[in-house]
Design a binder for this molecule. Structure first.
Ligand code: IMP
Ligand code: MG
Length: 188
């Protein structure tokens, strides 16, 4: 798995240090009161597990299964809610966690839905934000790292279901992308 990586973009220790600061800001910023953390599956799982253990206030954890990428390295432009039940957020403040802000369509769609469902305050945190124009306007309060507009894997992020368990964020070798893409993707 490590051999498939062309270069490490953000190493493990740097990520962990950054999470200390993000958790401290989250603790400081939210007014007292019930806080629901919504983890967008599956990409935000690793980020959430490390970040939330640093948050000192009581939280409830919910997960949402949202599809926007459908396995390729480019956005499909459509966001589907895959769960049959949406978390109960009426009257609650919400912290939304995602792995990466790319086109912005995913967070835009989820934030809209949270408002419709009656959430009183919605803030978002992402590990990564790509430096590029967004297709959908979205404001993200907590950003771990700004990166260039390139496809990355690791620390929760996948290519065709693979590489989520790498402890760092890295860029795949072009030959690996081509080989896996041509094979139609292996089961993740
Ligand atoms: P957006 O809706 O275009 O902002 O895309 C968000 C989703 O696309 C993320 O939650 C990721 O699952 C996926 N994604 C975007 N860029 C990358 C990448 O560089 N590597 C892996 N997944 C990505
Ligand atoms: Mg993904």
């Amino acid at each position: 798995m490590r051999n498939d990586i062309e270069r490490v973009l953000i190493d493990e220790a740097v990520i962990q240090r950054r999470l200390d600061a993000m958790a401290a800001a989250i603790d400081r910023d939210f007014p007292p009161g019930p806080l629901v953390v919504i983890i967008l599956l599956k990409g935000a799982l690793v980020f959430a597990a490390d970040l939330l253990r640093r948050v000192g206030r009581p939280i409830a954890i919910e997960c949402l299964n949202v599809a926007s990428y459908h396995g390729a390295t480019a956005s499909s432009g459509k966001v589907d809610f895959l769960d049959c039940q949406f978390p109960e957020v009426r009257g609650r403040q919400v912290l939304l966690l995602d792995d990466i802000l790319d086109t912005g369509r995913t967070l835009h769609a989820v934030i809209e839905r949270l408002r419709q469902e009656g959430a009183v305050r919605v803030r978002s945190a992402v590990l990564l934000a790509k430096d590029k124009p967004r297709a959908a306007a979205v404001s993200v309060e907590y950003v771990g790292f700004e990166i260039g507009d390139e496809f990355v894997v690791g620390y929760g992020l996948d290519y065709l279901g693979h590489y989520r368990n790498l402890p760092f964020v890295g860029v795949l070798k072009a030959a690996v992308v081509a080989r896996m893409g041509a094979a139609g993707g292996m089961a993740g």
